[in-house]
Design a protein around this ligand. Structure first.
Ligand SMILES: [Zn+2]
Length: 332
């Protein structure tokens, strides 16, 4: 493996973590003429070879060994499943130079795994362009999910906005609503990022300033160990069944009260504080797909209202015509 290939792999990892599908990495590599060990002469590298390379533990110096028998039977197998481990469960390090650290490689594999069942990544036969608010924006008149369309080339709207969202009759919508895309998206992004920033700040404050919360957590830990001890005493026959039941009831009631108290203390941000902070930091680097995933975690729908008589003044964005419906905040 030469330095150029190493750079390609490092870049692919970064791109994937920022939301790029493996199929896009494949397209890039094919374009660049990257070849895999099994690429036949005159052909470009296959999609599964790209995935195989990215999932190979060798990238971070780990050894994997796929038994010959399995290779013959199954063709391409996932090298992640065949890490060579010592008896203590730690991976064996090979004799080659690692391109990624074990943590970096693990992060990449976890990200690729997380996409397996989402339909994201390699999308086949999809003809619908997925914009940031596809599946999120809805028509206020009829509730139908909005589609996106591209303005006619050469028009001012095309130059200015490129595309728009609209309610499509063919999909059972009223067909009476359309709005330029980018201003709505910018607005929703700003609101979401503002909310995430607030969540990050709140989380920091709760953790740093609230001794009551840490006391409550300590209490819960103590109750947990008291329960374990009671179970042990019962198992050793040192508590009668009646005593044991009474003790457990007492502990569980205390646990319930403490938990209610904890719920009152922390407002329960949708995303953990550190995650929220990271999303805000990395937002600009995200792909549209990744941004949409983030939006969907917090936002149920973006309702676009009709502009009314005379329509919206040309070129003026009206936030009062946009309603953001937040997801219910889940408390633990
Ligand atoms: Zn409609």
């Amino acid at each position: 493996m030469d330095e150029g290939e190493a750079d390609l792999i490092r870049k692919a990892r970064q791109d994937v973590l920022l939301g790029k599908p493996a199929s896009a990495v494949h397209a890039e590599w094919a374009e660049l003429g990257v070849r895999g060990p099994q690429t036949p002469p005159g052909k470009t590298i296959g999609y599964s070879s790209v995935v195989y390379i990215l999932r190979n533990p060798r990238l971070c110096g780990y050894r994997s060994y796929i038994p010959q028998e399995i290779r013959e039977r199954s063709g391409r197998v996932d090298p992640v499943e065949y890490l060579v481990e010592r008896t203590d469960g730690t991976p064996v390090i090979g004799q080659w130079e690692a391109i990624l650290t074990p943590d970096e490689w693990t992060e990449l594999v976890v990200e690729l795994d997380s996409r397996k069942n989402t339909g994201r990544g390699r999308r086949k036969g999809s003809t619908v362009t997925r914009r940031l608010l596809t599946g999120i924006a809805r028509c206020a008149r009829c509730g139908t999910g909005l589609y996106s369309g591209t303005y006619l080339r050469g028009t001012t709207s095309y130059e200015r906005y490129g595309y728009y969202y609209y309610c499509r009759k063919a999909d059972g919508g009223c067909g009476k609503l359309a709005r330029s895309g980018p201003p709505v998206e910018d607005y929703v992004e700003q609101i979401l990022l503002g909310s995430l920033k607030q969540q990050a700040d709140n989380a920091t404050r709760v953790e740093v300033e609230d001794p009551e919360l840490s006391n409550a957590k300590e209490t819960l830990r103590r109750i947990e160990s008291d329960k374990a001890e009671a179970r042990q005493l019962r198992a050793d026959d040192l508590l009668s069944l009646a005593e044991f039941a009474r003790e457990m009831r007492r502990l569980e009631e205390r646990e319930r009260n403490t938990k209610e108290n904890v719920a009152g203390l922390s407002a329960g941000p949708v995303r953990a504080g550190s995650t929220a902070a990271r999303v805000v930091r990395e937002w600009e680097k995200y792909t549209v797909d990744r941004k949409r995933d983030e939006l969907k975690r917090s936002i149920e729908a973006v309702v676009v209202k009709p502009a009314g008589k005379g329509g919206a003044q040309r070129g003026t964005f009206r936030p009062d015509l946009i309603e953001i419906v937040w997801k219910e905040i889940l408390r633990e």
